[in-house]
Design a protein around this ligand. Sequence first.
Ligand SMILES: NCc1[nH]cc(CCC(=O)O)c1CC(=O)O
Length: 310
Amino acid sequence: MSQTLRIATRKSALALWQAEYVKAELEKHHPDLQVMLVPMSTQGDKILDTPLAKIGGKGLFVKELETALLDGRADIAVHSMKDVPVAFPDGLVLQTICPREDPRDAFVSNRYANLDALPAGAVVGTSSLRRQCQLKARRPDLVIHDLRGNVNTRLAKLDQGDFDAIILAAAGLIRLGFQQRIADWLEPEQSLPANGQGAVGIECRADDVVTQQWLSALHDADTADRVLAERAMNRRLQGGCQVPIGAYAELAGDHLWLRGLVGSLDGDQILQAEARAPRQQAEALGEQVAEALLAQGAADLLAAAYQDRA
Ligand SMILES: NCc1[nH]cc(CCC(=O)O)c1CC(=O)O
């Protein structure tokens, strides 16, 4: 008997790429399965003229997809883990995380080779408070302007001369075939990635064991443990949506190494902490690094950042 599975997805080029990727992987592992995309617009896609931090952040990109799952209009939703809030609504689970793409941030410019080559006062586009605080810490002389829109829109704004450079997740550029536009790669020491950056996660109904069985073939335990530690750190910091928080875990053998960062928007204060633990203790590790950041005053920095955007 042929079976079908419907994927709820946003309509941006990156979201569609990721949904097509999941469809292809599912069909590869389950030749009898028929997979269909159900593209939909989310609030976050509709409000394009306001900085993300001001409209309530990432949750806006996933809510419509989750409603479609709960209503039975779709069976799974494919998300960039970076955009997924740390808590899930009742009735939904996210148990499948696909192998991570390059997690780094990328420097994209038509005129300059890297950050150091930018002249004083150069205008850099990013909508991420995390990127902003780390940029400002390194180059207080740069002018940061908000840059919203999907990956194609952001590149178009750079090309039309609105910015001297922009910072984007390398993963999105690679997936959409724009890798050659990356002028320089920002290492975690320069720009600690966001929790979950570069990872794709799949959400489904908690009671839908048939779908969960199909999905299990796509799961990558290494990526999942890393992202688990990163998200636990954000959760403990109550880093809901748009926040100046970096969280990045790597695996060395069976040990996770988690680095965390919280900054002030002007980059004057950057708090950093790191720790290692066996991978089985991913969540405890995330909480430990969060506690170390809180002990340095992270709560005050985050409160100030929330205040700023209100
Ligand atoms: N916030 C938007 C978003 N969500 C996921 C990615 C990139 C892909 C990924 O991190 O998996 C991007 C674009 C960006 O930050 O440049």
